[in-house]
Design a protein around this ligand. Sequence first.
Ligand code: HEC
Length: 122
Amino acid sequence: MTSGACANSLLIIFLGINMKTIVVSLSLACLMFAGNAMAVDMPADGKAKCGACHAIDKKLVGPAWNDVAAKYKGQADAEKTLIANITKGGQFGWKMASMPPKGMGASDAQIAALAKFIVSLK
Ligand code: HEC
């Protein structure tokens, strides 16, 4: 769902076809869009290089990034530790599987940005 859906529905309203149904679907479409915009979304690099194994709010192959943020909450060197761990891969006590070094080929800059993103999660 993108903002395009809202704009498209508006256009249809202009055409004046079956007003009642369209007003309802317009508000639904815009509500869904607003809901998505408010939720924290994984950055594009994260989806591309990590998304096969990680999600923000649920376990996949690896831990939810919210849980990682909780694990490191209040640790001053959390960001540095995460950069090191993501870069070298392996196991970090989650007893899940072994993470491949750099996920699916993330660059050092992408890893630094993603580590910052993960520690920013609450
Ligand atoms: C092939 C699957 C896979 C990919 C791809 C992957 N991970 Fe992981 N990741 C894992 C697994 C499995 C674990 C948990 C290892 C364990 O059991 O301790 C993990 C753990 C982590 C942790 C927790 C580290 C800690 O110190 O507790 C972070 C952070 C993380 N991954 C970030 C990333 C990022 C960022 C990427 C993309 C650049 C990525 N992962 C790509 C599988 C993956």
